[in-house]
Design a protein around this ligand. Structure first.
Ligand code: 13P
Length: 254
């Protein structure tokens, strides 16, 4: 069975060392007994060093982005080598905010995924449709295009290391979550694509998180769906208590 995974994407919200320390001092005791769930927090780069106190706990560290080159004249970018040096295990790639605000293409995200895998980082790769696309009945077309583009040329071994986060853009930061049925339908579709592109084993082993306004009050019904293996949480991951409640919701489904 797939091991559930909950990620906390702090985005550009909690970035000072003090603020990260404060949050983690609260979170660590709240979740220390959680054994069967992978817990990942992804603070801004400026708080990663401070957040690395989690290394001795059951919480793993993730970065929110990285570049696909290891070194060189890339002002403002972060090398995967720097992330490895901080003991980071995960990296969020292709978040819709990176795609939409910073113009990241499937091709660029694909290069980043390959590099992350080469360096031993686990990519959490985000895909999802805009509201207009959903309304026009194009959700599946968009998801398929993103999967073909971002996962181009990845072999079975590689794809099985990746975590996919289905994050419908209309549900991110809006308080409007996808219904468990809407989310489960897309998760099943993603598995069917993985089955077509690879095989049944791949389709059944890749973990697929749901992201978009996951809160303590709606987490359980989302995670009860068989194809939803946890969540990538934005707003509700900023406070220890709400994030811990979401982690405990997924634990109940095991
Ligand atoms: P919210 O939980 O704030 O909607 O953000 C979801 C998200 O984008 C996580 O990556």
């Amino acid at each position: 069975m797939r091991r559930p995974i909950i990620g906390g994407n702090w985005k550009m919200n909690r970035g000072s060392p003090e603020s990260a320390r404060e949050m983690l001092q609260e979170l660590i005791p709240l979740v220390k007994k959680v054994k069967k769930v992978d817990i990942v927090i992804a603070p801004p780069f400026t708080a990663l060093q401070e957040a690395s106190v989690v290394k001795v706990t059951n919480i793993k560290l993730g970065a929110q982005n990285m570049y696909f080159e290891e070194k060189g004249a890339y002002t403002g970018e972060i090398s995967p080598i720097f992330l490895k040096a901080l003991g980071i295990d995960y990296v969020i790639l292709g978040h819709s905010e990176r795609r939409n605000i910073f113009g990241e293409s499937d091709e660029l995200i694909n290069k980043k995924i390959k590099k992350a895998l080469e360096m031993g980082l686990i990519p959490i790769v985000c895909i999802g449709e805009h509201l207009e696309e959903r309304k026009a009945g194009k959700t599946e077309i968009i998801i398929e295009k993103q999967i073909n583009g971002t996962f181009a040329d990845l072999n079975k071994k590689e794809i099985m290391k990746i975590v996919i986060a289905y994050e419908p853009i209309w549900a991110i930061g809006t308080g409007e979550t996808a219904t468990p049925e809407q989310a489960a339908e897309v998760h099943q579709f993603i598995r069917s694509l993985l089955n077509d592109k690879y095989d049944e084993k791949v389709a059944q082993s890749v973990r697929i998180q749901y992201g978009g306004s996951v809160k303590p009050h709606n987490a359980l019904e989302l995670f009860q769906k068989a194809d939803i293996d946890g969540g990538l949480v934005g707003g509700a991951s900023l406070e220890a208590e709400s994030f811990a409640e979401i982690i405990k919701a997924v634990e109940k489904t095991i």
